[in-house]
Write a protein that binds this ligand. Structure first.
Ligand code: NAP
Length: 247
């Protein structure tokens, strides 16, 4: 399926799953706007990987936790590429700690980035997509948002919140050929999970029927599926990419 003529914005496209999503969308022919927070070198590398596939790509710095910055980001992408067909809300952080020792600032940072970030970008993108009468929005949730996980109350709350956002926005936007879906990865090998203590990783691995972590590319294929024009009749859905973890 070709995405030629489509313009995609991937938040947190500089590394990990976001980078793999950028590359997968580029491979399918979409022009790619690569958002990042602070890691400009990694974002530039993603852009080079996309351009090597023959598509246009540019970096766009913005903190998705900042409402005004998200409005500016979407406007900048639309000004540069003329339209916005695909938004992948991928930017995310995890600040893990047990409920009884968690700091409020970590809870706020996690919610602000993972949930409010997805909200701000979805709202700004929807303004453009409603006028176009076309759009594909994909949000990165998590198996942790479906099932919870000890030590991850803030992260789980943010990712469960994303699912509510997806379902409500899907219903609001369906009439204009705008779909909103979620991908819920399990344990994927990225910088985020490299930071997990070995004990926590082993405990998670033991719950994966496939017996191994997933790759960013395996998640990217699911995100790209939702982003296809031909996926028009699928909205408000959650697709787990988790080796059977959430079954
Ligand atoms: P990662 O390797 O830690 O990369 C995080 C990305 O998000 C980076 O590109 C980072 O940009 C960007 N980012 C962070 N805060 C941001 C902000 N305020 N504004 C804009 N960009 C920001 O993470 P990952 O493992 O690829 O995870 C990607 C998404 O999948 C996240 O939403 C995560 O919660 C979700 N997920 C991951 C797993 C997993 O096992 N890895 C499982 C389930 C769900 P910089 O490079 O500029 O810092």
């Amino acid at each position: 399926m070709s995405m030629e003529g489509n313009v995609a914005l991937v938040t947190g496209g500089s590394r990990g799953i976001g980078r793999a999503v950028c590359v997968e969308l580029a491979r399918r022919g979409a022009a790619v706007a690569v958002n990042y927070a602070g890691n400009s070198r990694a974002a530039e590398e993603t852009v080079q990987l996309c351009r090597a596939l023959g598509v246009e790509a540019e970096v766009f710095q913005a903190d998705v936790a900042d409402s005004a910055a998200c409005d500016t980001l979407i406007a900048a992408v639309r000004d540069r590429f003329g339209r916005l067909d695909i938004l992948v809300n991928n930017a995310g952080v995890s600040r893990d700690s047990l409920l009884m020792t968690a700091k409020e600032e970590d809870f706020s940072k996690t919610l602000d980035t993972n949930l409010k970030g997805a909200y701000f970008c979805t709202r700004a993108a929807a303004r453009v997509m409603l006028r176009q009468k076309y759009g594909r929005i994909v949000c990165l949730s998590s198996v942790v948002g479906l099932r919870g996980n000890p030590g991850q109350t803030a992260y789980a709350a943010s990712k469960a919140g994303v699912l509510g956002l997806v379902k409500a926005a899907a219903k609001e936007l369906a009439g204009r050929d705008i779909t909103v879906n979620a991908v819920a990865p399990g344990l994927i090998e990225t910088d985020m999970t490299a930071a997990l203590p070995d004990k926590a990783k082993q405990a998670m691995l033991a719950t994966i029927p496939k017996g191994r972590p997933g790759s960013p590319e395996e998640v990217a294929r699911a995100a790209a599926f939702f982003a296809e024009k031909e996926s028009a009749y699928i909205t408000g859905q959650v697709l787990c990419v988790d080796g059977g973890m959430a079954v």
